[in-house]
Design a protein around this ligand. Structure first.
Ligand SMILES: NC(=O)c1ccc[n+]([C@@H]2O[C@H](COP(=O)([O-])OP(=O)(O)OC[C@H]3O[C@@H](n4cnc5c(N)ncnc54)[C@H](O)[C@@H]3O)[C@@H](O)[C@H]2O)c1
Length: 256
């Protein structure tokens, strides 16, 4: 147990799985109360039970972050329980495969409604409750927002929007002392990655994993815990002079 987030209240979207769940465990271990916001109510319940079993203060709300009403209601529940919010990890995301020719309009709209609109809506609901010193927002983009990745057009464009939104938010809220940074992960083995591995391996998931590892100079995929540690760094005072920064955690993909 550490104390990097001692006494803070954090909201983590998409905390029912993968990177968000790993961050929820790390944040409670560092002394934060954590609100799990995820559209999947079963994942919300299980995550909250796990966090409480680990001795953490945790609550949950089943929220689709693309729905303004659900976001407002979920954040109101968090404020009623925690009294304030110090940290927001905008982590929930959606992806879709395809070029601009092979993607559907639904793919485009889904990526933008979760990744860009969802980040906008949750930030809009949370920021008025960030009244203490040392508040921080950590957004989640992807290396797809920085470099071209084949057949990821809608996802890449929506993650590019998250990077631009991060810089805009950093400037707008710096006078209030709210820092806003964005993480761009490389490939991290979570449930979200599995369909991509299948597609990349043309039905053979392990071939897809091998091809993806090949693109990472460190010679492996990332783990949810590694991205969670970057989120912790950006959420706590260790990064107190950083705002508007794009942090890649990609095993060297974008260094090539
Ligand atoms: N896994 C990777 O390789 C990778 C790489 C780069 C960026 N990312 C980004 O990291 C973030 C987390 O991804 P992950 O790999 O942990 O995925 P994951 O699938 O393990 O978890 C995502 C969680 O978000 C929830 N979610 C999805 N849409 C939602 C919505 N509209 N409202 C609320 N919750 C919603 C899901 O229910 C799920 O619990 C995403 O933004 C993703 O784009 C992941």
């Amino acid at each position: 147990m550490g104390s990097k987030l001692s006494g803070r209240g954090a909201v983590i979207t998409g905390a029912g799985s993968g990177i968000g769940l790993a961050a929820a465990h790390l944040f409670v271990a560092e002394g934060s109360a954590v609100a799990v916001l995820d559209r999947d109510p079963i994942r919300v319940k299980e995550a909250v039970e796990q966090l409480q079993a680990a001795g953490g203060r945790a609550m949950g709300a089943a929220v689709d972050i693309s729905s303004p009403d659900q976001v407002q209601a979920g954040v109101a529940d968090v404020v009623a329980e925690f009294g304030k919010i110090d940290v927001l990890f905008n982590n929930a995301g959606a992806d879709a495969f395809g070029s601009v020719v092979t993607s559907s309009l639904e793919d485009w709209d889904r990526c933008f409604s979760v990744n860009a609109r969802g980040t906008f809506l949750v930030s809009q609901a949370v920021i008025p409750h960030m009244t203490d010193d040392g508040c921080a927002i950590v957004n989640t983009a992807s290396i797809c927002g920085l470099v071209g990745v084949p057949n990821y057009s809608a996802y890449s464009a929506s993650k590019g929007a998250v990077i631009a939104l991060t810089r805009a938010m950093a400037i707008d809220f710096a006078p209030q002392g709210i820092r806003v940074n964005v993480i761009c992960p490389g490939a991290v083995y979570t449930p979200m990655l599995e369909p991509l591995m299948e597609a990349r391996g043309k039905g053979d998931r392990s071939a897809g994993v091998a091809a993806t590892i090949n693109k990472h100079p460190l010679g492996r995929l990332g783990t949810p815990e590694e991205i969670a540690r970057v989120a912790l760094f950006l959420a706590c005072d260790d990064s107190s002079f950083m705002t508007g920064t794009v942090v890649t955690a990609d095993g060297g993909v974008t260094a090539q």
